[in-house]
Design a protein around this ligand. Structure first.
Ligand code: TRP
Length: 482
């Protein structure tokens, strides 16, 4: 499935074909992986979570989580996929027959579905803002988004997110868009286009970042983003940073196993992972630099939550030359990045129904989208009529977000780490990661192995327990402090 797969062909068909399709260039691999990684996670989630969790200290924890957990999980998934050359469930079954490891892949199907349930709503807001930005372009200073006033831009977003029918329709439009891409068998083409447009998004973020940095009062935003104050960091914030690291790199649910299954034998897996991670981090930091100076310059609340991007970015564009034009471009490129990520997410349940249950791709896609419209509606209405409808103290939107990033992905990642660190013997890992000895990267492999075996799983375990408030309870059982 995903990028490397010819239209309409299932991974099973591809796997059994004598010449299995794969990425033809090594650079193509990086681009495809980036196409899945870069998305609303960078532009929308990273800034709002950083704002909610007090700024730089959260960023530091997030970067550490990316280095010591996200990257090792990505490398693990890629190497599992290339070894087994099939999807997540099939790969784990093949490498560990008659054991329950494949459950990691099955949990991944659930995670992908639940992520889509709220991701499609955020993408819907982006679609709506494309329209708003275009309208603003023609209305000039009278446009709805032509304002640097927090009250005004917050009102625009609030009206949108609280409107029940509009919220539902936006989500349906996004779902129809994703389904159309999958059904038309053009996922591959769209992903190729996404990859081409990502550099443009990067350049635009640099431009917006420069504008934001030159706003009067920008310094405070930079301090917020780069001067850590660790006193404010809680266990829940550390878990949130870890969850973001998983979400950002699209790891912890086996998506990257499928990508790895299309890697060439001469692909340098650790180097590929490192490059993807750095590029992805760069996009997130740029988004932060575009947003936080403006937050402080215009008096927005950094802890505004999921609305942060939508209320602050119009203020930045309103205060720059050709701003209205750049704003249209910005939301279009954000929608493109979101589409690449959504295709990689939606493919997971679709491929599951198609390959594991033998449904046609058409039926698999239609059922997935229909279920998403039903389940996702509870997330779409969370900012409005269902704002008071809560489970575990969270709206459905927050619950889908929390349960995937803070539970399912870390748990999935934990088992993927155990699989590579403990189930594989070192010589086997070395052979796989050195491309049968072709690469002279023994030191890198040793380092990766040590981290994967002893560091990352322990970190995930402790952060997960602590973040969920279980650690203090367990310590108390043993008569410990806390
Ligand atoms: N990484 C994407 C983003 O940050 C979201 C995403 C796409 C994802 N595929 C995934 C997250 C698989 C977890 C797992 O926008």
């Amino acid at each position: 499935m995903q990028s490397a797969l010819p239209a309409g062909q299932s991974a099973k068909e591809a796997a059994t074909a004598s010449t299995r399709d794969g990425f033809t260039t090594r650079l193509g691999v990086i681009a495809a992986t980036l196409g899945s990684a870069v998305g609303l996670g960078n532009i929308w989630k990273f800034p709002f979570m950083t704002g909610e969790n007090g700024g730089a200290a959260f960023v530091v924890v997030y970067i550490l989580a990316t280095l010591f957990v996200g990257l090792p999980v990505m490398i693990s998934e890629h190497v599992i996929g290339r070894r087994a050359r099939t999807d997540a469930i099939g790969s784990l079954r093949k490498l560990a027959p008659r054991t329950p490891w494949w459950l990691v892949g099955a949990a991944g199907v659930a995670a992908a579905f639940l992520i889509m349930a709220f991701y499609t709503e955020v993408a819907g807001w982006v679609f709506a803002y494309i329209v708003k930005a275009i309208v603003s372009l023609f209305q000039g200073a009278a446009g709805e988004l032509a304002s640097t006033d927090p009250a005004a831009t917050s009102q625009v977003f609030g009206n949108l997110a609280a409107n029940p029918w509009l919220s539902l329709i936006l989500q349906w439009v996004v779902l129809a868009w994703v389904a159309a891409i999958i059904l038309a068998g053009v996922s591959k083409g769209i992903e190729r286009m996404t990859k081409r447009l990502l550099p443009l998004l990067f350049v635009l973020l640099v431009i917006v970042g420069i504008r934001s940095l030159t706003l009067p009062g920008a310094g405070e935003g930079l301090r917020f983003l780069f001067q850590p104050d660790f006193s404010a960091i809680t266990g829940a914030a550390v878990l949130a940073a870890l969850g973001l690291a998983f979400f950002k790199l699209s790891v912890g649910m086996g998506t990257m196993i499928t990508y790895g299954s299309y890697f060439r034998e001469d692909q340098n897996i650790p180097a590929t992972g490192a490059r993807v991670m750095l590029a992805d981090l760069a996009v997130s930091m740029l988004a932060g630099i575009a947003i936080f100076p403006a937050v402080f310059a215009f008096g927005f609340a950094p802890e505004a939550g999921p609305s942060l991007l939508f209320i602050t970015i119009p203020a930045v564009f309103s205060s720059m030359p050709l701003g209205a034009f750049f704003m249209v471009l910005f939301f279009i490129l954000t929608a493109v990045a979101a589409t690449g990520a959504m295709i990689s997410l939606a493919e997971v349940p679709v491929a599951f129904l198609n390959e594991r249950l033998g449904w046609s791709r058409r039926n698999a896609t239609l059922v997935t989208v229909l279920l998403l419209a039903i389940v996702g509606s509870s997330a779409a209405l969370s900012q409005g009529v269902l704002a008071e409808f809560k489970l575990f103290g969270m709206t459905m939107f927050d619950l889908f977000d929390f349960s995937t990033s803070n539970i399912l992905l870390p748990v999935g990642g934990f088992f993927i780490l155990l699989f590579v660190g403990w189930r594989w013997a070192y010589p086997e890992l070395k052979q796989a990661l050195s491309n049968d000895g072709a690469l002279q990267n023994e030191r890198t492999i040793r380092f990766f192995w040590t981290v994967t075996k002893f560091v990352s799983p322990v970190l995930v375990f402790v952060v997960l327990l602590d973040g969920l408030g279980l650690l203090s309870k367990i310590l108390a059982l043993f008569g410990g402090g806390a």
